[in-house]
Design a protein around this ligand. Structure first.
Ligand SMILES: [Zn+2]
Ligand SMILES: [Zn+2]
Ligand SMILES: [Zn+2]
Ligand SMILES: [Zn+2]
Ligand SMILES: [Zn+2]
Ligand SMILES: [Zn+2]
Length: 398
């Protein structure tokens, strides 16, 4: 799986590649986040974004998800891709790359769907020309003073090939001549008269650009970018580490909860066995008690049964003398027998058993809603990464 950091590294090497179609830009356009796309790619993306999210005031950058507000000039999302600016640097790089590979076709002929090999390069238009288009270009009044280089010259000296004038984003046909330092914006004369009349810090673009590459502010800004890269890389790694740590801690806590449940279960099993054992003992005691009583009663019953038989035999079959002797024998024992029967049959209460729940178990069932609680605790104080403020003007070094 490609991680986020790997993707970032890769993209740096692919400044000229559209991250939607993964090919070299065709009519490059860029967003406020400076992410670039082909015009057709971003157009298609905007259409599907607007349809999906059902909004009409902008869209999110496909890469960084930053919202791009649109619709100020035209609420129809069809024209948003056209409104996006193009990046002079990237367009120059793409053109030069094609020249390096000697694959450059004449831009003017391409517009008419004719494939004609280019021979020269206009440093102002940043376009390649075949020999016949070059001739027209030289003859045409508007372009007659444009500096033309042969493609071989361009290969030898790329810098001169792209150091020409830049056309204004807002006013096509006008060249950027001024740099407004108050707005950090390149301007054509129309821009200056329309939007930067009040600006006090404007310079001729060549003067503003003269020392930019070696300036302290530029090199310091590189340091800041590198610092930000480190901060973001480290924070991202920390975040990923934290994600795996959370997974591990989660698993550990699951085991802890399971082992708590197991030990509570084992304890309850022991309690169950103890109360069952007690029941067994009570049952046996009661059975023994009742068996003793039964034995005593049946012994008395056999005596009384025997007396009854003797009595009947005396009355039916015996003589008067027999009756006198035998019946009086029994009558003599009458008091004792009465008391024995009285003892054996009295106090007979039908005992049963009842299980009375331990109040604490009852409390556990009714009031304890969880085995425990999950709290989020700080395991390590945050490192407090340093973030320096961004310098926002070029005035310091001019
Ligand atoms: Zn594309
Ligand atoms: Zn972006
Ligand atoms: Zn030109
Ligand atoms: Zn041509
Ligand atoms: Zn302008
Ligand atoms: Zn301005």
């Amino acid at each position: 799986m490609a991680t986020w950091t790997e993707n970032v590294e890769e993209k740096e090497n692919n400044l000229l590649i559209c991250s939607i179609c993964l090919e070299t830009f065709k009519t490059q356009k860029y967003l406020p986040s400076l992410h670039s796309f082909c015009k057709l790619c971003i157009y298609t993306y905007i259409q599907s974004f607007v349809a999906r999210e059902n909004i009409n005031n902008g869209f999110k950058c496909p890469i960084c998800r930053k919202f791009v507000t649109m619709g100020r000039d035209c609420s129809n999302s069809d024209c948003w891709a056209d409104e996006l600016p193009n990046n002079h640097l990237i367009i120059s790089m793409i053109e030069l790359k094609a020249i390096q590979r000697l694959e450059k076709l004449c831009n003017a002929c391409e517009l008419n769907s004719v494939n004609q090999k280019a021979v020269s390069w206009c440093t102002i238009c940043l376009e390649a020309r075949c020999s016949s288009c070059e001739n027209c270009h030289r003859k045409f009044k508007m372009t007659s003073r444009h500096k033309i280089m042969t493609l071989n010259e361009v290969q030898a000296d790329q810098k001169s090939a792209i150091s020409g004038l830049i056309t204004c984003d807002d006013h096509s046909g006008e060249f950027v001549e001024i740099y407004c330092l108050n707005h950090s914006k390149p301007c054509c004369v129309v821009c200056v008269t329309m939007k930067h009349r009040e600006c006090r810090n404007v310079a001729i673009i060549e003067e503003a650009a003269e020392v930019i590459k070696e300036s302290k502010q530029t090199t310091e800004f590189l340091q800041l970018i590198l610092h930000w890269k480190n901060v973001l890389k480290k924070s991202f790694e920390d975040t990923e580490k934290n994600i795996s740590a959370v997974a591990i801690i989660g698993n550990n806590l699951v085991s802890e909860i399971e082992s708590l449940k197991k030990s509570v279960n084992e304890h309850i099993d022991r309690l169950e066995r103890a109360v069952k054992d007690e029941l067994t003992i009570r049952k046996e005691e009661r059975v023994t008690e009742l068996t003793d009583r039964g034995t005593k009663i049946s012994s008395l019953k056999s005596i009384v049964d025997n007396w009854h038989q003797i009595y009947r035999t005396c009355i039916h079959d015996g003589s008067e003398i027999h009756c006198l002797i035998e019946i009086n024998k029994m009558i003599l024992m009458k008091e004792k027998m009465a008391s024995e029967i009285q003892t054996a049959t009295s106090h007979f209460d039908e005992k049963s058993f009842r299980f009375e729940r331990n109040q604490i178990v009852k409390y556990l069932q009714e009031n304890v809603r969880s085995l425990g609680f999950i709290n989020i605790v700080n395991s390590k104080p945050s490192t407090g990464l340093r973030l320096e403020p961004l310098c926002d003007s070029l005035t310091d070094f001019i």
